[in-house]
Design a protein around this ligand. Structure first.
Ligand SMILES: [Zn+2]
Ligand SMILES: [Zn+2]
Length: 256
C-alpha cells in the first residue's frame, strides 16, 4: 500500500503549499513571514508541485483577478463561463501562461506584494526539469505499484497543482451552500474540507478575502487555518492583529 500513501502525501503537501503559500500568503498577504521563511516555503512549493509548479507571481495576479471579477466575463476561471471543468482548466491555463511567461502586463492594481523568484520560475518552466519530475513519479510507481489500478493515479502527479485549482474553482463556485449573499456564485462545498484544506469554503472566503480562517460558522473547520495557527504559535509566521474582515476588505476588489 505504498502507492496510496505516496498519492495522499503528494496531494496533501501540494494543496498545503497552494493554500498556505500561494493563496493565503502570496495572493492575499493574510499573514507575514521573514524573507528566509518565504524562500523556504517557496522552494517547498516547488518541490511539492514539481512538474506542475505554479509561479507565485502568476498565481497571485490570476487570483486577484478572480476576486475582482468573480463570476463575471473577466473572471479567469468561473464555471459560469465554461461548459465543463476541463474546458475551464484549459482556458485558465492560457491566462495563467500569459502572466507566468510574462507575455502580458497585468492591471497595475494586481501587481506587486507577492513572492517573486524569476530564476525559480524559469527553472521550473524548462521542459527538461518538468520531464525530470515526470520521470521521478513514474520511477516511484515502477518501484512501488503492486496492482494495475494504482497506475490510474499516476497522471494526477503530473498535474497536481492545476488539478487542485480546477476542483476548487469548479466545485467551490457550483456545489454546496451559501452563508453570504456575495455578488458572485461562490459556495461552501464541504464543512470539513480535508480534500483541499479549507479552499472549498469559497463563499466565506469571497466574503472575507483577508481572513486567514476560511471557516465562518462553528461547524466549519478549516484545516489550513489550523496549520496557520500552529505556525503562528511557534513563530514561523505572524498573523496580523485586527485584520479587516468586512467585505470587500481587499484592495484588489475595492477598485472593481
Ligand atoms: Zn473563488
Ligand atoms: Zn482568495
Amino acid at each position: 500500500m505504498v502507492i496510496p500513501i505516496i498519492f495522499v502525501a503528494h496531494w496533501q503537501l501540494s494543496i498545503f503549499t497552494q493554500t498556505f503559500f500561494l493563496h493565503r500568503y502570496g495572493a492575499h498577504k493574510q499573514f507575514t513571514m521573514s524573507k528566509g521563511w518565504e524562500k523556504f516555503f517557496h522552494l517547498l512549493t516547488y518541490v511539492a508541485q514539481g512538474s506542475s509548479f505554479l509561479s507565485a507571481r502568476a498565481y497571485a495576479i490570476l487570483h486577484r483577478m478572480h476576486h475582482a471579477y468573480s463570476d463575471t466575463e473577466k473572471d479567469p476561471h468561473s464555471p459560469t463561463n465554461a461548459t465543463n471543468a476541463l474546458s475551464m482548466m484549459l482556458d485558465t491555463k492560457h491566462t495563467y501562461d500569459d502572466f507566468a511567461y510574462r507575455r502580458v502586463e497585468p492591471e497595475a492594481r494586481f501587481e506587486g506584494d507577492y513572492p517573486d523568484w524569476p530564476a525559480l520560475d524559469r527553472f521550473s518552466q524548462m521542459w527538461v526539469t518538468r520531464l525530470a519530475w515526470v520521470a521521478f513519479y513514474i520511477a516511484l510507481y515502477a518501484k512501488f505499484a503492486t496492482a494495475p489500478w494504482m497506475w490510474a493515479l499516476l497522471p494526477f502527479h503530473f498535474i497536481m497543482g492545476p488539478t487542485h485549482g480546477a476542483i476548487v474553482n469548479w466545485c467551490g463556485h457550483k456545489y454546496g451552500y451559501r452563508n453570504y449573499d456575495n455578488p458572485d456564485v461562490s459556495r461552501n462545498t464541504l464543512i470539513f474540507d480535508i480534500v483541499t484544506l479549507g479552499e472549498l469554503f469559497q463563499n466565506n472566503h469571497h466574503r472575507f478575502p483577508l481572513s486567514p480562517n476560511f471557516g465562518a460558522r462553528w461547524f466549519e473547520i478549516d484545516p489550513g487555518y489550523l496549520a496557520i495557527k500552529v505556525l503562528d504559535a511557534v513563530g514561523i509566521i505572524k498573523l496580523k492583529k485586527g485584520q479587516k474582515m468586512k467585505y470587500p476588505a481587499d484592495r484588489f476588489s475595492e477598485a472593481a
